[in-house]
Ligand binder design. Structure first.
Ligand SMILES: C[S@@+](CC[C@H](N)C(=O)[O-])C[C@H]1O[C@@H](n2cnc3c(N)ncnc32)[C@H](O)[C@@H]1O
Length: 293
């Protein structure tokens, strides 16, 4: 563990370097695009969280803070705290909260896996795709759970398998240019870190959650108004940069041409849309972490 600009300890130093660096800068710059990209999931998450007027909400991996701010609006007599590793995104979140005149929302730079949250100080934990990146998910969910009272609820979204997520498979095959791209190892910290339902149940059970339920959701992701707009955005994203890294110039041009073609193929009257698949995961904190068996 090391101490840095984050409040408290950091257990996920590599993730912190990425999200507090270029990746986070990009997300903060394109905050409207990122919010619209997953907009088909946003209301589902808020409806499942059903935040009441006087509740205290903890949003884990809040990014640019749309879910935190909307939760704060529901908790008009309560409060919402968003925690994230990324200072550029937190800065964006604070700025938007100020512009929107929200006085009951706070943002803190923290590693949720190890941050010393005050015990039982929140009624509900939410996350929109911010809880798949922990090096030690059992420790992380035990730490997050301890911020809830016994019976407190957690409602989070996480991506399902690679094969179910057209936005990933289509982009990967466009950029493969003859390469056999390795799939991320199952359960590795990253976007697909909670893709396996059985493993998720085991993690949350071991961490100290009960009543774990996973509901599959299939929704389109919105990448841009048209193929050119989507391409300009996708080309600069961390995923595309990562998948084209190390390619010879000619191959890189071919890969990006194929990406442009793929985005054209997914252009609709309502912008460029690719299919996606997620879990809506709900659980209740039982009061303490289970002893290892
Ligand atoms: C895919 S983004 C989602 C951001 C936001 N929830 C949204 O829906 O736009 C994942 C976020 O999780 C954050 N994150 C990853 N690991 C974290 C950790 N250990 N503690 C706190 N935040 C973390 C990242 O910094 C990033 O902002």
């Amino acid at each position: 563990m090391c101490e840095d600009a984050v409040t408290g300890p950091v257990a996920n130093a590599e993730m912190a370097a990425a999200w507090d660096g270029d990746e986070g800068e990009g997300w903060a710059r394109h905050w409207q695009r990122h919010d619209r990209l997953v907009s088909a999931y946003h209301e589902v998450l808020l409806a499942a969280a059903a935040v009441a007027r006087s509740e205290r909400v903890l949003d884990v991996g809040c990014g640019n803070g749309q879910t935190t701010r909307d939760a704060a609006r529901s908790a008009a007599d309560g409060r919402a705290l968003g925690v994230d590793l990324s200072s550029p995104m937190l800065e964006r979140a604070r700025k938007l909260a100020r512009l929107e005149g929200l006085a009951n929302v706070d943002f803190e730079q923290a590693d949720a896996q190890v941050h010393p949250f005050a015990a039982a100080s929140y009624d509900v934990v939410v996350s929109r795709f911010g809880v798949m990146f922990f090096a030690d998910p059992v420790a992380a969910f035990a730490n997050i759970g301890a911020a809830l009272p016994p019976g407190g609820r957690m409602v989070v979204l996480a991506w399902r398998d690679l094969a179910d997520n057209e936005w990933l498979t289509a982009i990967r095959s466009a950029l493969a240019v003859g390469r056999d791209l390795p799939s991320p190892p199952p359960g590795a910290p990253g976007p697909l870190g909670l893709a396996d339902a059985d493993r998720d149940r085991a993690i949350l059970h071991a961490a100290g959650f009960d009543e774990v339920e996973l509901t599959p959701l299939d929704r389109p992701l919105w990448f841009g108004t048209d193929a050119d707009d989507a391409f300009a955005f996708a080309q600069g994203s961390g995923a595309v940069r990562g998948l084209t890294e190390g390619l010879a110039e000619q191959q890189r041009v071919r890969a990006l041409d194929q990406l442009r073609t793929t985005l054209h193929e997914h252009a609709t009257d309502d912008g460029v849309q690719l299919g996606s698949a997620a879990w809506l995961i709900t659980a209740r904190w039982r009061g303490q972490r289970r002893a290892a068996s």
